[in-house]
Every structure is written in C-alpha cells, then in structure tokens.
Design a protein around this ligand. Structure first.
Ligand SMILES: [Zn+2]
Length: 306
C-alpha cells in the first residue's frame, strides 16, 4: 500500500542546515527533555523527532507495510531566501531523495523546487524527473501570488511536458485573526490549499496544463465541501466562467487527493465528490497530526502516476 503523504529530512540535508544555520536563521529550540523544535527564519517551528530523519521509522510506524512517497518538509521550502541559497538546498535535498530511492525500493520521491524563480524551478523539476523522481512538492504560491498566477507558467510548462506530479502542500496561514491556539494549523493549513486549488480552477490552469497531476494535501482543504457553491456560481455567472472547459465538479474530480482527513465520514464524502480513483492513501507522517487509522482499503491503492 502506498502512503502518498510523508515527510523526510535526509542526513545530507541536516548537514546542510547545520552548515548554513546562520544564513537561513536555523535554530534548535529545546522545549523539554524529549522535544527539540527546529525553526527556520523564526517561522513554523516543528518538533524535530527522529522519525523525520530515520527511514526505518516509516515502515516501523504502522503495522501494515507501506511504500512511501516521501516529500521534503515545507519548513525547508526556503522560498523567502535568495534563489542561489534555495537552489543549493534544492540540489542537496533532491539528490538525497534520488539516492534514497535507488538504495531502497520502498521509497518514491517528490523534489523540492525554488518556487520563487519559476525558470529555475522548471530546470530543477526537469532534472528531478530525469533522475527518477515523480514530480515535486510545492507550496500554494509565493507571497501574494497563488499557483495560478502566470508568473508560474515556466514551471507549469515543464510540469506539463514531463507529466509531473505537483503535490500542493500548504504552509501555516498567517492571517492575524487566526493567531490563537493552533488555528494557523487547524484551519489555516487547509485554507491555504483551498485558495490554491480554487484559483487553479477559476483561472483555467487545469485547462491549459492537462498533463499535470495535481495532488492536493489534506483531502483538498475545504474545496470539496464547497463544490456546490462553486457549481451554483458557475451557473449564475455564466459569462464570468465562459472560457472554462469544465464544471466545478469535473475539475474537482480531476485533482488527486490524499486521505489525511481523520474522519471516516469526511473521507466518504470526498470519495463521492471526487470519485474513488482520485483519492489515495496518505498519512502526513511524521508530523504531529498524522493519521493512518481510517480505512485505506476503499481508496485507490495504485494510482497510475506512481
Ligand atoms: Zn504534510
């Protein structure tokens, strides 16, 4: 069984962070005896437990043996760094995933990209695909640009030509109204995916680049739940959406979704909206809110892109 949503920090990447800690403002913050947080540029600190850094953890964590599609952790996207810094880490990260895959067939990998420079990201994606990775993990955009912005066209051209997987994975949302308890994670994370996915639909990106496999994290955020509102809007404001080739439901059924939803009823709803073929097992291991308890057997275990 494939786990499509896991995160990993290879040893080479840990070394790079250590060597460049001043440059990228990396801090290891000891919270208590058991827990050390890793913070990059004072944002999105997370508990750096050994499950992030030991490949053995991935197969030992759950009783059912799994094949894992591993991705870099979003905290290390480094989109706010100068491109030469980001691209250096991208190279180290992607090479390490290529090496991991070659060494152990349990793993498939998704590259990280210098998303703040779509031309550079396109080159990195092409190289990653040539080296056997399935595609890349990307944030929901860069700054105020969502992924649907024409700024990203060079990357999408490359992804379309190579039939790459783009795993849209959010970072924490920074709306000050969410600045309470864990709301940036609880609500902000799925909201970021919702913004990216809705823009990919209404700005026609899915029509322009039909060969890209978009995989949405955490069951697509809130998009599936609001697909009725979108459908009604498309009917009511026909002219606004005249250039689009499909209905919201058809677009929703063209995305792939992981099953990181924590609730069987929500998963059943997603299966109904998107179709069984489009929902694949995922855990978000080893982040704190990972989940593998729901019934994975009703999902697509063997998506064609893997
Ligand atoms: Zn994740």
């Amino acid at each position: 069984m494939i786990d499509s949503h896991t995160h990993f920090i290879p040893e080479q990447v840990q070394q790079w962070i250590e060597e460049n800690k001043t440059l990228i403002n990396a801090k290891w913050i000891k919270k208590n005896e058991q827990t050390t947080l890793l913070s990059i540029n004072d944002k999105w600190a997370f508990p750096l437990n050994e499950n992030f850094t030991r490949t053995q953890s991935f197969t030992a964590a759950y009783s059912s043996f799994r094949k894992a599609l591993v991705s870099p952790v979003p905290q290390l996207f480094l989109y706010d760094q100068p491109v030469d810094v980001t691209s250096e880490l991208v190279q180290v990260y992607n090479d390490a995933l290529v090496h991991l895959k070659a060494k152990d067939a349990t793993f498939e990998g998704l590259a990280t990209l210098s998303l703040q420079s779509p031309e550079q990201a396109a080159k990195e994606l092409e190289q990653a695909i040539q080296q056997g990775l399935k595609g890349a993990i990307v944030g929901p955009g860069f700054g105020e640009r969502t992924l649907a912005d024409s700024f990203f066209d060079p990357l999408f051209e490359a992804a379309n030509a190579t039939q790459a997987v783009l795993f849209v994975h959010p970072l924490l949302h920074s709306d000050p109204r969410l600045n309470h308890s864990k709301l940036p994670n609880l609500i902000g994370v799925p909201w970021e995916t919702t913004i990216a996915a809705a823009n990919l639909i209404v700005q026609g990106v899915l029509d322009r680049y039909p060969n890209i496999t978009f995989l949405l994290a955490h069951g697509g955020g809130f998009l599936p739940y609001q697909i009725g509102r979108m459908s009604k809007g498309f009917q009511s404001w026909e002219n606004e959406f005249a250039k689009l080739q499909r209905t919201p439901l058809e677009y929703a059924a063209s995305f792939y979704y992981d099953s990181v939803l924590w609730d069987e009823r929500t998963l059943d709803y997603l299966l109904e909206i998107a179709g069984k073929n489009q929902v694949i097992p995922g855990s978000d291991f080893p982040f704190e809110l990972n989940d593998w308890k729901i019934d994975q057997h009703k999902l697509n275990q063997t998506p064609s892109f893997l």
